[in-house]
Structure formats: C-alpha cells, structure tokens
Design a protein. Structure first.
Length: 277
C-alpha cells in the first residue's frame, strides 16, 4: 500500500509514522497558546523532529470543540513563517492543518506537502483541486458538523458503519477531483462530533477501516474523552494517550498524530518489536 505526498513516498506495512503537532494558536486545548509565537513554534517543531517525529503538522486555527473560525489573513500570518522556516531546517515532510483552500495553497508553496483536512465532509471541491494540482498528500478526516457545534448533540445509528461509508464516498469524490487514492490517508476523527462512547466504538473497530486499502491516521493525543474516562486533566493524559497509540498499532493504524513525540516513539517501537517477535 503506497502513500505519496509531493516528493515523499511510503510503502505500508512499515514501522508506524509519528506526526508531531505544532499548534500556532492562542487557544489550543492541549497547549493553550504555548507556541503561538512563530519562533517558539519553529523551535518546538525542531525539538519534535529531534525526538523522532517522521512528519510535522502545523496548524493555525484551533479545532477544539466550540472554537470560532479564524480569519484567512490571520491564519496565513500564523502558519506561513513557521512552515517556511521548518522547511529550510528539517528534511521530514510538513503537513498543514487547515480547512481553507487559500491557506492550503500558500502552505504548499511555502514547503508543506500534505494537507490535513478536518473538514473533509465539505461539499465544495476547491481545496481538493489545490491538493491535486500540488500533488500533495491528503488526510481525509471524518467530522460530524463543524468545530463550533460538533459536540452539542452528536448522533449516529451506527458510528462505525457511518464513518466507513463516509470514507468510501469521499475516496470516490476525491478521485473525481484529481486526488487519487495513493495520496489519501483516512482519519476516523476521534472527538470530532463524537461522544466518549462513539470514540470507544471507533477505537475498538479500527481494524475494520483497513478495508479501504488506505493508511489510517489516528489523533487521540490528550483528547477530552481520556479525561472523561480517567478524570485526568489535559496535562496528565499522556498514559491514556499512549494506551490508545499502542492499541492502534495492533489494529493496523499507520500514522499517529501526537503532542508527545519522544514518549510515543518509544512506546510504539516496543509494541512493534513484540508484534514482530
């Protein structure tokens, strides 16, 4: 199974890829604006790369529940200097976490090669055409609703079946917009329009989504359902995050999007060794 993103190519199965999160926002649920300053964000990205990150995901608009949209010019102001600087200093691929076609286009021109799209439930194909023209990689994530309202009343008859059907429909639409399957990664969207129970059902059935023949990306790092399950504050959710990461590796997930890179790399390398033995 091949994933292509600009000049980069990965053949799966292979060792799990770890994607380090670089939030250039003042209101992230996980780090609360700690890296809002571009210089600090770049330094953080370099630190994550040194810790073993295989990719860096740079975002300038919070997608926490209840978050308000960020104006286009402000998002560009946040992410472009960080992406340009990191692209000059690291050899690993850079992803831009955005829902805006204009931001995606500028970020890809600045050195990114992947678009991480939490709004893959969109109906407008403009962003997909940007991805197609740049021959970029694309993360197709499931979300019910939008960040501002997604956690108000998420409802499903069968969350696993509905997310799987969404992936099938999206892969067809993406191909029609010029983004072939080999450039697409699928993300079930833990916490994006899902209750704690929905999240647990998706985690339990992760292996079922491999039916689409595409690499799976999972983002559970420090998320609120871990707090619901354990009572842990955001800063204390590393153990729960690592439990999910290790489980995901055993269920066929190919990429883990995380805040705590060094700890995740160590955990997944150990479980990979156990599985190989």
């Amino acid at each position: 199974m091949l994933w292509e993103a600009g000049p980069h190519r990965w053949e799966f199965p292979r060792r799990t890829l770890v994607m380090g999160i670089v939030n250039v926002t003042p209101d992230s649920f996980a780090d609360g604006g700690r890296y809002f300053d571009p210089e600090r964000a770049v330094a953080h990205g370099l630190e994550l790369a040194a810790q073993g990150a295989d990719l860096l995901d740079v975002g300038g608009e919070s997608t926490r529940p209840g978050a308000e949209p960020v104006p286009l010019e402000e998002e560009l102001r946040r992410v472009l200097p960080v992406i340009r600087s990191l692209a000059r200093q690291v050899r690993i691929p850079i992803s831009v976490d955005t829902v805006k076609p204009e931001v995606a286009a500028e970020a890809l021109a600045a050195g990114a090669c992947i678009v991480n799209d939490v709004a893959a439930n969109r109906s407008d194909p403009t962003l997909w055409r940007v991805v197609a023209e740049a021959r970029a990689g694309y993360v197709c994530m499931h979300m019910q609703g939008c960040p501002r309202t997604m956690q108000q009343r998420p409802t499903y008859r069968d969350v696993v079946a509905e997310v799987s059907a969404f992936f099938g429909e999206r892969l067809e639409r993406l191909a029609g917009a010029g983004v072939p399957p080999q450039r697409v990664v699928l993300d079930v969207g833990i916490g994006f329009g899902k209750t704690c129970e929905h999240n647990l059902q998706l985690l339990r059935e992760l292996a079922s989504f491999t039916r689409w023949g595409r690499p799976l990306l999972l983002g559970v790092s420090r998320k609120s359902f871990l707090g619901v399950l354990t009572g842990a504050a955001v800063a204390d959710r590393l153990p729960g995050s690592l439990a999910c990461a290790v489980w995901a590796v055993t269920r066929g997930v190919a990429i883990l999007r995380v805040h705590d890179v060094a700890e995740t790399v160590q955990a997944v390398r150990v479980i990979e060794a156990v599985l190989k033995a």
